[in-house]
Design a protein around this ligand. Structure first.
Ligand SMILES: [Zn+2]
Length: 384
């Protein structure tokens, strides 16, 4: 690979690249990076994360191991709402430190682009504070962060029995302010029993479009949803999709929307059922993978671990997991013109793995084999 100005200039067999006319006369200006026979892939793209939280959710973890259900966990002081209380009490600086720690852990394991959602603040101030924490952390991180407003994560406790008032707050105040401050590129919603109804979600996505923001949605994790109505908003991605139907798969195969699968959540919740990746891939749906990094259901920063789960539990091939974590994930963030593949004109973002065969990236479970990260043509992390 030949990089310059932060971009990939050429990629191919070494003998061919060395014949490059500019290179022949400027050989001395080149800094050579020897990958010692390892495997080089495009920097991984984690297109679905929730990094703005203060504490791990250990009550949930232990209660769930003991067989407790969602309601019992919430009654014991766990659940999403416990993360909300901690985020509201944290300063922007404290939160941004946590976000940066997570981003660095992701980078160490091969990730150079991260989509990061707010969603544990759930007031105007605390959602803006969360997005500012993402921006502050992103400025100190060499990779690229795509910020998403997820004010519609759950209805906060103080809006119990007046959920529509909260939806109105999201539409009329939180989305416009986040857009005005240029703190978010996307608006996301959690469409699920116990979160927001399809009708409420569609109202929020409409407000997003009216404020010039693109959309994405958490749908069909536990229950079916009217996907066609969501597709009307041209979402960049629909995420989870555990209970997608065959009819919906046929529609999605012709849509411009990427389906983001999050097997880390199924794994961590101890579920035996995983999203039907094979059916979707065979129907021609663009499938991406992401960690869903969050304190309740998927506390992992590791894309290689998720790729491994995709192979063992969703029967994706190792090659498909790389596609799903690079170019398809770039499409899920609409960054495919700059990110997601090693080709001339794109950003020179690469992950170097200390393995001999690309299939080993998904093969070694929970063993971090990423030894070097290059972002925009510069080495930003190296264990070589
Ligand atoms: Zn999520």
């Amino acid at each position: 690979m030949l990089c310059g100005g932060g971009k990939t200039l050429a990629a191919g067999p070494q003998r061919e690249l060395l014949r490059d006319s500019w290179l022949r006369t400027n050989r001395k200006k080149i800094k050579e990076l020897d990958c010692h026979g390892g495997v080089v892939i495009p920097g991984l793209i984690d297109c679905h994360t929730h990094p703005v939280f203060a504490e791990p959710r250990l009550v949930d973890f232990e209660k769930r191991i003991g067989g407790a259900g969602y309601e019992e966990i919430a009654a014991a002081g766990g659940g999403i709402r416990s993360s909300v209380a901690a985020v509201r009490q944290s300063s922007r600086g404290e939160l941004s430190k946590k976000v940066l720690t997570a981003l660095n852990a992701m980078l160490e394991q091969g990730t150079s682009v991260v989509e990061a959602k707010s969603g544990y603040g759930l007031t105007l101030e605390d959602e803006i504070k969360s997005l500012e924490a993402i921006r502050d952390a992103a400025r100190q991180w060499p990779g690229e962060v795509v910020p998403t407003l997820l004010a519609a994560h759950v209805v906060p406790a103080e809006f119990k029995n007046r959920e529509d008032d909260y939806v109105k707050l999201v539409c009329d105040e939180i989305i416009p302010l986040a857009a005005k401050k240029k703190l978010a590129r996307y608006v996301d919603v959690f469409c699920e029993r116990g979160a927001f109804t399809p009708e409420q979600c569609l109202r929020i996505l409409l407000a997003a479009r009216q404020n010039g923001l693109d959309t994405r949605a958490h749908v069909e994790q536990f229950t079916p949803a009217p996907l066609l109505l969501f597709l009307g908003f041209d979402p960049a991605s629909l995420d989870h999709m555990d209970c997608v139907s065959p009819g919906e798969i046929a529609v999605l195969s012709g849509a411009d929307t990427v389906v983001v699968l999050l097997p880390g959540a199924n794994y961590f919740l101890g579920h035996n059922k995983f999203p039907p990746a094979r059916q979707m891939i065979e129907a021609g749906v663009a499938v991406a993978l992401a960690t869903d990094y969050n304190p309740g259901t998927s506390p992992t920063p590791s894309m290689p671990f998720v790729m491994s789960l995709a192979c063992t539990h969703m029967k994706m091939s190792p090659a498909e997991t790389i596609t799903a974590s690079t170019i398809n994930a770039a499409c899920a963030l609409r960054l495919q013109s700059r990110k997601g593949s090693i080709e001339p004109g794109k950003d020179a973002d690469m992950a170097v793995f200390d393995v001999k065969d690309y299939r080993e990236i998904a093969y070694w479970v929970a063993w971090d084999r990423c030894v070097e990260m290059v972002v925009a043509g510069r080495v930003v992390s190296s264990a070589i």
